[in-house]
Design a binder for this molecule. Structure first.
Ligand code: MRU
Length: 398
Protein backbone atom coordinates (compact mmCIF):
# COMPACT_ATOMS: atom_id res chain seq x y z
CA UNK A 1 0.00 0.00 0.00
CA UNK A 2 1.28 3.45 -0.91
CA UNK A 3 0.53 6.29 1.50
CA UNK A 4 -1.21 9.12 -0.27
CA UNK A 5 -1.88 12.44 1.39
CA UNK A 6 -2.97 14.33 -1.70
CA UNK A 7 -5.15 12.66 -4.35
CA UNK A 8 -5.58 14.66 -7.49
CA UNK A 9 -7.30 13.72 -10.70
CA UNK A 10 -6.90 15.99 -13.71
CA UNK A 11 -10.09 17.18 -15.39
CA UNK A 12 -11.34 16.45 -18.91
CA UNK A 13 -13.31 18.61 -21.35
CA UNK A 14 -16.50 17.73 -19.48
CA UNK A 15 -15.35 16.94 -15.91
CA UNK A 16 -13.48 19.29 -13.55
CA UNK A 17 -10.32 18.19 -11.72
CA UNK A 18 -10.88 16.46 -8.37
CA UNK A 19 -8.86 16.90 -5.18
CA UNK A 20 -8.92 14.89 -1.97
CA UNK A 21 -6.69 15.19 1.07
CA UNK A 22 -5.97 12.67 3.76
CA UNK A 23 -7.29 14.22 6.99
CA UNK A 24 -4.10 14.30 9.07
CA UNK A 25 -6.05 15.18 12.21
CA UNK A 26 -7.51 11.67 12.15
CA UNK A 27 -4.14 9.92 11.84
CA UNK A 28 -2.73 7.55 12.86
CA UNK A 29 -5.91 5.75 13.82
CA UNK A 30 -8.34 6.65 11.04
CA UNK A 31 -7.79 7.01 7.31
CA UNK A 32 -10.30 9.55 6.08
CA UNK A 33 -10.12 11.42 2.79
CA UNK A 34 -11.81 14.81 2.44
CA UNK A 35 -13.00 16.32 -0.83
CA UNK A 36 -11.61 19.79 -1.47
CA UNK A 37 -13.83 21.54 -3.99
CA UNK A 38 -13.34 25.20 -3.09
CA UNK A 39 -10.63 27.57 -1.89
CA UNK A 40 -12.62 28.04 1.34
CA UNK A 41 -12.38 24.32 2.05
CA UNK A 42 -8.65 24.35 1.30
CA UNK A 43 -8.12 27.42 3.52
CA UNK A 44 -9.90 25.71 6.39
CA UNK A 45 -8.04 22.42 5.88
CA UNK A 46 -4.68 24.26 5.98
CA UNK A 47 -5.56 26.49 8.95
CA UNK A 48 -6.90 23.61 11.04
CA UNK A 49 -3.95 21.43 9.98
CA UNK A 50 -5.97 18.70 8.29
CA UNK A 51 -3.17 19.14 5.80
CA UNK A 52 0.15 20.52 7.04
CA UNK A 53 3.82 20.63 6.20
CA UNK A 54 5.24 23.46 4.09
CA UNK A 55 5.20 21.88 0.59
CA UNK A 56 1.84 20.13 1.06
CA UNK A 57 0.16 23.37 2.16
CA UNK A 58 1.33 25.11 -1.01
CA UNK A 59 0.27 22.26 -3.28
CA UNK A 60 -3.18 21.86 -1.75
CA UNK A 61 -3.78 25.60 -2.08
CA UNK A 62 -2.63 25.62 -5.71
CA UNK A 63 -4.70 22.56 -6.63
CA UNK A 64 -7.83 23.77 -4.80
CA UNK A 65 -7.90 26.80 -7.07
CA UNK A 66 -7.27 24.50 -10.06
CA UNK A 67 -10.36 22.51 -9.04
CA UNK A 68 -12.43 25.66 -8.61
CA UNK A 69 -11.21 27.12 -11.89
CA UNK A 70 -11.70 23.81 -13.72
CA UNK A 71 -15.28 23.63 -12.49
CA UNK A 72 -16.04 27.11 -13.83
CA UNK A 73 -14.38 26.10 -17.08
CA UNK A 74 -16.43 22.93 -17.59
CA UNK A 75 -19.63 24.76 -16.64
CA UNK A 76 -18.78 27.59 -19.06
CA UNK A 77 -19.08 30.09 -16.19
CA UNK A 78 -15.67 31.74 -16.57
CA UNK A 79 -15.52 35.38 -17.58
CA UNK A 80 -14.53 35.62 -21.23
CA UNK A 81 -11.90 38.30 -20.63
CA UNK A 82 -8.36 37.17 -19.79
CA UNK A 83 -7.93 40.11 -17.40
CA UNK A 84 -11.05 39.16 -15.43
CA UNK A 85 -9.94 35.55 -15.04
CA UNK A 86 -6.48 36.69 -13.98
CA UNK A 87 -8.00 39.05 -11.43
CA UNK A 88 -10.13 36.25 -10.00
CA UNK A 89 -7.09 33.95 -9.78
CA UNK A 90 -5.06 36.64 -8.00
CA UNK A 91 -7.84 37.32 -5.48
CA UNK A 92 -8.32 33.65 -4.69
CA UNK A 93 -4.54 33.14 -4.31
CA UNK A 94 -4.28 36.15 -1.97
CA UNK A 95 -7.05 34.65 0.13
CA UNK A 96 -5.39 31.21 0.26
CA UNK A 97 -2.11 32.82 1.33
CA UNK A 98 -3.74 34.07 4.54
CA UNK A 99 -4.25 30.52 5.83
CA UNK A 100 -0.84 30.10 7.56
CA UNK A 101 1.99 32.64 7.69
CA UNK A 102 5.33 30.94 8.38
CA UNK A 103 5.95 28.47 5.56
CA UNK A 104 7.27 30.33 2.54
CA UNK A 105 6.25 27.60 0.06
CA UNK A 106 2.69 28.90 -0.03
CA UNK A 107 3.80 32.49 -0.75
CA UNK A 108 6.29 31.19 -3.30
CA UNK A 109 3.60 29.14 -5.06
CA UNK A 110 1.23 32.12 -5.04
CA UNK A 111 3.89 34.33 -6.65
CA UNK A 112 4.70 31.76 -9.34
CA UNK A 113 1.06 31.05 -10.14
CA UNK A 114 0.27 34.76 -10.40
CA UNK A 115 3.13 35.10 -12.90
CA UNK A 116 1.74 32.21 -14.92
CA UNK A 117 -1.69 33.89 -15.02
CA UNK A 118 -0.08 37.23 -15.88
CA UNK A 119 2.01 35.78 -18.71
CA UNK A 120 -1.02 33.95 -20.13
CA UNK A 121 -2.97 37.22 -20.04
CA UNK A 122 -0.42 39.23 -21.98
CA UNK A 123 0.13 36.64 -24.70
CA UNK A 124 -1.51 37.52 -28.01
CA UNK A 125 -5.29 36.99 -28.35
CA UNK A 126 -5.56 35.40 -24.90
CA UNK A 127 -9.05 34.86 -23.57
CA UNK A 128 -10.33 33.80 -20.15
CA UNK A 129 -10.18 30.11 -21.06
CA UNK A 130 -6.48 30.25 -21.99
CA UNK A 131 -5.61 31.96 -18.68
CA UNK A 132 -7.60 29.39 -16.71
CA UNK A 133 -5.96 26.50 -18.56
CA UNK A 134 -2.48 27.96 -18.04
CA UNK A 135 -3.20 28.29 -14.33
CA UNK A 136 -4.38 24.68 -14.04
CA UNK A 137 -1.30 23.35 -15.87
CA UNK A 138 0.97 25.44 -13.58
CA UNK A 139 -0.71 24.14 -10.41
CA UNK A 140 -0.53 20.54 -11.61
CA UNK A 141 3.17 21.00 -12.43
CA UNK A 142 3.81 21.85 -8.75
CA UNK A 143 2.51 18.46 -7.67
CA UNK A 144 4.75 16.65 -10.18
CA UNK A 145 7.85 18.72 -9.28
CA UNK A 146 7.38 18.17 -5.56
CA UNK A 147 7.52 14.41 -5.97
CA UNK A 148 10.74 14.48 -8.04
CA UNK A 149 12.35 17.12 -5.78
CA UNK A 150 11.82 14.98 -2.71
CA UNK A 151 13.51 11.97 -4.29
CA UNK A 152 16.52 14.09 -5.19
CA UNK A 153 16.69 15.60 -1.68
CA UNK A 154 16.65 12.11 -0.21
CA UNK A 155 19.48 10.93 -2.42
CA UNK A 156 21.69 14.01 -1.90
CA UNK A 157 21.15 13.82 1.85
CA UNK A 158 21.98 10.12 2.09
CA UNK A 159 25.15 10.59 0.04
CA UNK A 160 26.23 13.53 2.21
CA UNK A 161 25.66 11.55 5.42
CA UNK A 162 27.67 8.60 4.09
CA UNK A 163 30.55 10.91 3.14
CA UNK A 164 30.59 13.44 5.99
CA UNK A 165 29.56 11.80 9.25
CA UNK A 166 31.53 9.46 11.46
CA UNK A 167 28.81 6.78 11.31
CA UNK A 168 28.59 7.21 7.53
CA UNK A 169 32.34 6.80 7.02
CA UNK A 170 32.45 3.78 9.32
CA UNK A 171 29.57 2.22 7.39
CA UNK A 172 31.38 2.80 4.09
CA UNK A 173 34.36 0.89 5.46
CA UNK A 174 32.36 -1.83 7.18
CA UNK A 175 28.75 -2.45 6.21
CA UNK A 176 27.91 -3.98 9.60
CA UNK A 177 28.42 -0.64 11.40
CA UNK A 178 25.39 1.07 12.87
CA UNK A 179 24.06 4.31 11.41
CA UNK A 180 21.14 6.08 13.02
CA UNK A 181 19.34 9.35 12.38
CA UNK A 182 17.00 11.51 14.45
CA UNK A 183 14.23 13.58 12.89
CA UNK A 184 11.69 16.03 14.26
CA UNK A 185 8.08 16.81 13.35
CA UNK A 186 6.76 15.34 10.11
CA UNK A 187 8.32 15.96 6.74
CA UNK A 188 6.68 13.15 4.86
CA UNK A 189 5.05 13.47 1.56
CA UNK A 190 1.49 13.12 -0.80
CA UNK A 191 2.56 9.55 -1.12
CA UNK A 192 3.26 10.38 2.34
CA UNK A 193 2.23 13.41 4.37
CA UNK A 194 3.87 16.85 4.47
CA UNK A 195 5.00 17.19 0.87
CA UNK A 196 3.64 15.60 -2.26
CA UNK A 197 6.03 12.74 -2.79
CA UNK A 198 8.76 11.13 -0.74
CA UNK A 199 9.32 13.55 2.07
CA UNK A 200 12.25 15.89 2.74
CA UNK A 201 13.96 14.85 5.99
CA UNK A 202 11.92 11.64 5.75
CA UNK A 203 13.10 11.34 2.16
CA UNK A 204 16.68 11.28 3.47
CA UNK A 205 15.70 8.55 5.93
CA UNK A 206 13.98 6.59 3.15
CA UNK A 207 17.07 6.94 0.91
CA UNK A 208 19.42 5.81 3.70
CA UNK A 209 17.20 2.82 4.23
CA UNK A 210 17.13 2.07 0.50
CA UNK A 211 20.95 2.15 0.56
CA UNK A 212 20.82 -0.38 3.42
CA UNK A 213 22.89 1.87 5.68
CA UNK A 214 20.26 3.08 8.13
CA UNK A 215 19.95 0.79 11.12
CA UNK A 216 17.44 2.91 13.04
CA UNK A 217 15.53 6.17 12.82
CA UNK A 218 14.44 8.09 15.90
CA UNK A 219 11.48 10.43 15.78
CA UNK A 220 10.46 12.97 18.38
CA UNK A 221 6.91 13.17 19.63
CA UNK A 222 6.86 16.87 18.59
CA UNK A 223 4.72 18.58 21.19
CA UNK A 224 2.26 20.13 21.23
CA UNK A 225 0.68 18.80 18.07
CA UNK A 226 2.38 15.41 18.02
CA UNK A 227 3.25 15.35 14.32
CA UNK A 228 6.13 13.02 15.24
CA UNK A 229 4.22 10.42 17.24
CA UNK A 230 1.07 10.59 15.10
CA UNK A 231 2.46 11.08 11.59
CA UNK A 232 6.19 10.34 11.32
CA UNK A 233 5.87 7.25 13.49
CA UNK A 234 2.94 6.19 11.29
CA UNK A 235 5.03 6.61 8.12
CA UNK A 236 8.04 4.80 9.59
CA UNK A 237 5.89 1.88 10.73
CA UNK A 238 4.15 1.86 7.34
CA UNK A 239 7.52 1.74 5.52
CA UNK A 240 8.83 -0.94 7.91
CA UNK A 241 11.86 1.21 8.82
CA UNK A 242 13.26 0.23 12.26
CA UNK A 243 12.30 3.25 14.33
CA UNK A 244 11.99 4.47 17.91
CA UNK A 245 9.79 7.24 19.25
CA UNK A 246 11.07 9.56 21.98
CA UNK A 247 9.49 12.54 23.69
CA UNK A 248 11.10 15.87 22.83
CA UNK A 249 12.75 16.09 26.25
CA UNK A 250 14.58 12.78 25.74
CA UNK A 251 16.68 14.01 22.82
CA UNK A 252 19.65 15.09 24.94
CA UNK A 253 19.86 11.74 26.73
CA UNK A 254 19.55 9.97 23.37
CA UNK A 255 22.44 11.91 21.87
CA UNK A 256 24.59 11.16 24.91
CA UNK A 257 23.70 7.45 24.72
CA UNK A 258 24.06 6.92 20.96
CA UNK A 259 27.35 8.81 20.54
CA UNK A 260 28.94 8.35 17.10
CA UNK A 261 26.26 5.88 15.96
CA UNK A 262 23.87 8.80 15.59
CA UNK A 263 25.07 10.15 12.25
CA UNK A 264 22.89 13.23 12.06
CA UNK A 265 19.77 15.08 13.05
CA UNK A 266 17.79 15.80 9.88
CA UNK A 267 14.83 18.19 9.96
CA UNK A 268 12.63 19.93 7.42
CA UNK A 269 12.02 23.66 7.11
CA UNK A 270 9.18 26.08 6.69
CA UNK A 271 11.39 28.96 5.61
CA UNK A 272 15.14 29.20 5.17
CA UNK A 273 16.23 32.85 5.21
CA UNK A 274 18.92 34.12 2.84
CA UNK A 275 21.58 33.79 5.57
CA UNK A 276 20.55 30.19 6.36
CA UNK A 277 18.58 30.88 9.56
CA UNK A 278 15.80 28.30 9.44
CA UNK A 279 12.23 28.38 10.72
CA UNK A 280 10.92 24.90 11.42
CA UNK A 281 8.67 23.17 13.93
CA UNK A 282 9.07 24.36 17.51
CA UNK A 283 11.79 22.29 19.15
CA UNK A 284 14.11 22.30 16.14
CA UNK A 285 16.34 24.99 17.65
CA UNK A 286 16.83 22.95 20.86
CA UNK A 287 17.86 19.93 18.78
CA UNK A 288 20.41 22.04 16.89
CA UNK A 289 21.93 23.26 20.15
CA UNK A 290 22.12 19.66 21.41
CA UNK A 291 23.69 18.53 18.14
CA UNK A 292 26.40 21.18 18.42
CA UNK A 293 27.18 20.16 22.01
CA UNK A 294 27.45 16.46 21.08
CA UNK A 295 29.29 16.93 17.77
CA UNK A 296 26.38 15.50 15.76
CA UNK A 297 25.78 16.88 12.25
CA UNK A 298 22.64 19.00 11.95
CA UNK A 299 21.02 19.07 8.52
CA UNK A 300 18.03 20.90 7.10
CA UNK A 301 16.30 19.15 4.19
CA UNK A 302 14.29 21.56 2.07
CA UNK A 303 13.38 22.12 -1.57
CA UNK A 304 14.49 25.42 -3.12
CA UNK A 305 10.88 26.60 -2.80
CA UNK A 306 11.52 26.78 0.97
CA UNK A 307 14.59 29.01 0.60
CA UNK A 308 13.51 32.62 0.76
CA UNK A 309 16.18 34.97 -0.54
CA UNK A 310 13.83 37.90 0.07
CA UNK A 311 13.99 37.29 3.82
CA UNK A 312 17.46 38.36 4.97
CA UNK A 313 17.58 36.55 8.33
CA UNK A 314 15.54 34.67 10.90
CA UNK A 315 14.59 37.93 12.59
CA UNK A 316 12.40 38.72 9.59
CA UNK A 317 10.37 35.49 9.74
CA UNK A 318 6.84 35.69 11.11
CA UNK A 319 6.28 32.91 13.61
CA UNK A 320 2.71 31.63 13.75
CA UNK A 321 1.22 31.40 17.24
CA UNK A 322 -1.55 28.89 17.63
CA UNK A 323 -4.42 28.30 20.03
CA UNK A 324 -3.65 27.57 23.71
CA UNK A 325 -5.87 24.48 23.54
CA UNK A 326 -3.26 22.71 21.42
CA UNK A 327 -1.04 22.77 24.51
CA UNK A 328 -3.65 22.19 27.19
CA UNK A 329 -5.64 19.41 25.50
CA UNK A 330 -4.99 16.25 23.59
CA UNK A 331 -7.27 14.23 21.35
CA UNK A 332 -7.27 10.55 20.51
CA UNK A 333 -9.25 7.33 20.70
CA UNK A 334 -10.02 5.78 24.06
CA UNK A 335 -7.94 2.78 25.10
CA UNK A 336 -9.60 -0.11 26.93
CA UNK A 337 -8.15 -1.55 30.14
CA UNK A 338 -6.64 -4.40 28.10
CA UNK A 339 -4.94 -1.98 25.68
CA UNK A 340 -7.36 -2.03 22.73
CA UNK A 341 -8.19 1.14 20.82
CA UNK A 342 -11.87 2.08 20.70
CA UNK A 343 -12.21 3.20 17.11
CA UNK A 344 -15.96 2.98 16.65
CA UNK A 345 -16.55 6.00 18.91
CA UNK A 346 -15.65 9.68 18.50
CA UNK A 347 -12.09 10.52 19.65
CA UNK A 348 -11.85 11.75 23.25
CA UNK A 349 -10.67 15.26 24.04
CA UNK A 350 -8.57 15.21 27.23
CA UNK A 351 -7.48 18.18 29.34
CA UNK A 352 -3.81 17.99 30.38
CA UNK A 353 -3.26 21.36 32.09
CA UNK A 354 -4.56 23.46 34.96
CA UNK A 355 -7.54 25.53 33.84
CA UNK A 356 -6.65 29.23 33.86
CA UNK A 357 -2.92 28.94 33.13
CA UNK A 358 -1.56 31.30 30.46
CA UNK A 359 -0.11 29.51 27.44
CA UNK A 360 2.48 30.46 24.81
CA UNK A 361 2.18 28.28 21.72
CA UNK A 362 4.56 29.27 18.91
CA UNK A 363 4.27 26.72 16.11
CA UNK A 364 7.85 27.26 14.92
CA UNK A 365 11.25 28.45 16.08
CA UNK A 366 14.27 29.78 14.22
CA UNK A 367 17.55 27.87 14.25
CA UNK A 368 20.51 30.17 13.63
CA UNK A 369 22.58 29.33 10.54
CA UNK A 370 25.67 28.88 12.67
CA UNK A 371 24.17 25.67 14.11
CA UNK A 372 23.35 24.18 10.68
CA UNK A 373 25.93 22.03 8.85
CA UNK A 374 24.13 21.79 5.54
CA UNK A 375 20.91 22.52 3.69
CA UNK A 376 19.93 19.54 1.54
CA UNK A 377 18.11 20.70 -1.59
CA UNK A 378 17.01 18.88 -4.74
CA UNK A 379 20.11 20.18 -6.55
CA UNK A 380 22.66 19.32 -3.86
CA UNK A 381 23.73 20.04 -0.30
CA UNK A 382 24.66 23.66 0.39
CA UNK A 383 27.38 24.01 3.02
CA UNK A 384 28.82 27.12 4.61
CA UNK A 385 31.97 28.72 3.31
CA UNK A 386 33.83 31.00 5.70
CA UNK A 387 30.94 30.44 8.10
CA UNK A 388 28.28 31.70 5.68
CA UNK A 389 25.65 30.10 3.47
CA UNK A 390 25.36 31.39 -0.07
CA UNK A 391 22.29 30.03 -1.83
CA UNK A 392 22.74 32.17 -4.96
CA UNK A 393 24.39 29.38 -6.95
CA UNK A 394 21.52 26.89 -6.56
CA UNK A 395 18.97 29.16 -8.16
CA UNK A 396 18.98 29.29 -11.91
CA UNK A 397 19.87 25.57 -12.07
CA UNK A 398 17.27 23.30 -13.70
O1 MRU B 1 2.90 23.00 11.74
P1 MRU B 1 3.29 22.00 10.69
O2 MRU B 1 2.96 20.59 11.03
O3 MRU B 1 2.81 22.41 9.31
O4 MRU B 1 4.89 22.09 10.65
C1 MRU B 1 5.58 21.28 9.77
C2 MRU B 1 7.04 21.44 9.86
O5 MRU B 1 7.58 22.20 10.64
C3 MRU B 1 7.86 20.67 8.84
O6 MRU B 1 9.10 20.31 9.38
C4 MRU B 1 8.08 21.55 7.62
O7 MRU B 1 6.89 22.12 7.17
C5 MRU B 1 8.71 20.80 6.51
S1 MRU B 1 7.61 19.63 5.75
C6 MRU B 1 8.48 18.94 4.47
Amino acid sequence: MVLEAIRYEAGTASTPPALQILDQLQLPHRTTFLDITTCEEAHDAIKTMKVRGAPAIAIVAALALAVETGKLLTESKLPSSAADVKQRINQRLDYLKTSRPTAVNLGDAVGKLKSIAENATISADAGGIAVAQAYIVGAERMLVDDVSDNKAIGEHGARWIHANTIAGKKWQADKTQELKVLTHCNTGSAQSLATAGYGTALGVIRSLRAANSLTRAFCTETRPYNQGSRLTAYELVHDEIPATLITDSMACALLAKEGEKLAAIVVGADRVAANGDTANKIGTYSLAVLAKHHGVKFLVAAPRTTIDLATPSGEDIIIEERAPEEVTRIKGPKVTADGKLVLDQEAELISTAAVGIDVWNPAFDVTPAQLIDGVITEVGVVEKHDGKFDFGSIFGQP
